[in-house]
Design a protein around this ligand. Structure first.
Ligand code: BJW
Length: 225
């Protein structure tokens, strides 16, 4: 059976009401990414960073999967362990749709991380600078997400999966943030068939053998069926 690796980005959740980063009106047009998505920004102003992630956590908790997430869940149900979703999204919508085989390369909004001892646990809806790590007691608690300059999670496993993939699809990602932006090129070089499903051409489009452009709620179910 063919192995399918699917990379997802913010565009797959846009129609669930969650903002993307770089589109018009996106998060990086409202906040400077250096302030809220770098370890240096967190060190400078942890209150601002907690406010930013608390608001997004609340928003994500209310959001529901759209037809694109549901189509991927159907694909996983039909093909089982042959489908792996590698998501850059921190919103948990793939799991809400019923997917189980998901790698969160940029972390999860509903997880907390102690910058002191590395302990991880379920995040409360509201995090603050007053929170202490339940394992070591340090007041060094942060969202368990991957900021610029940090190493994304599961990279060894992702590299192995790309090497074994027969099909690689990238859905709703601008192809501007590495290392995810290189996965299409890597999977193609390893021998996979590659397809981009995005609202429009991305910065990485030329790395894909096939392109399907349009809203994820339309192009993903059509690709899956
Ligand atoms: C729709 C749609 C609809 C809209 N339907 N589509 C030069 C070269 C190479 C690397 C670097 C470099 N300079 C610096 C770097 C490193 C840096 C980087 O890439 N910087 C770039 C800006 C150049 N990367 C890092 O620091 C990463 N770490 C790293 O590289 O470690 C070293 C390493 C080396 C080798 C191997 C491995 C590691 C870490 C990056 C961490 C990114 N973190 C964030 C925040 C996560 C937490 C949070 O959510 O707050 O991740 S930033 C943000 O961008 C978030 C996203 O996951 C990520 C990608 O964004 P995404 O998902 O693509 O969203 P958008 O908004 O950009 O695009 C949406 C797309 O959807 C658009 O195309 C729309 O058209 C489309 N769309 N509606 C379908 N309805």
């Amino acid at each position: 059976m063919e192995k399918i690796v699917i990379l997802t980005g913010a565009g797959i959740s846009a129609e669930s009401g969650l903002g993307t980063f770089r589109d018009e009106g996106g998060l990086w047009t409202q906040y400077a990414l250096e302030d809220v998505a770098t370890p240096e920004g967190f060190a400078r102003d942890p209150v601002l960073v907690h406010e930013f992630y608390n608001a997004r956590r609340a928003h994500a908790a209310e959001a529901v999967p759209n037809p694109a997430h549901l189509a991927l869940a159907r694909l996983e149900e039909a093909l089982g362990g042959e489908v792996l979703i590698v998501t850059q999204n921190v919103d948990g919508l793939h799991e809400k749709a019923g997917c189980r085989n998901v790698l969160h390369m940029h972390g999860q909004l509903d997880r907390a991380l102690c910058a002191g001892c590395g302990h991880r646990w379920e995040a409360p809806l509201e995090m603050s600078v007053e929170d202490a790590c339940p394992a070591c007691g340090a007041r060094a608690v942060r969202p368990d997400v991957v900021w610029f300059g940090e190493m994304p999670y599961h990279m060894d496993r992702i590299d192995r999966e790309l090497a074994e993939a027969d099909i690689f699809a990238a859905i709703g990602t601008s192809g501007q943030v590495y290392p995810a932006a290189a996965f299409g090129q890597m999977a193609g070089a390893y021998g996979a068939r590659t397809v981009e499903l995005n609202l429009e051409r991305s910065a990485a489009s030329e790395d894909f053998g096939e392109m399907r452009h349009g809203p994820a709620s339309k192009v993903v179910p059509a690709w899956v069926e």
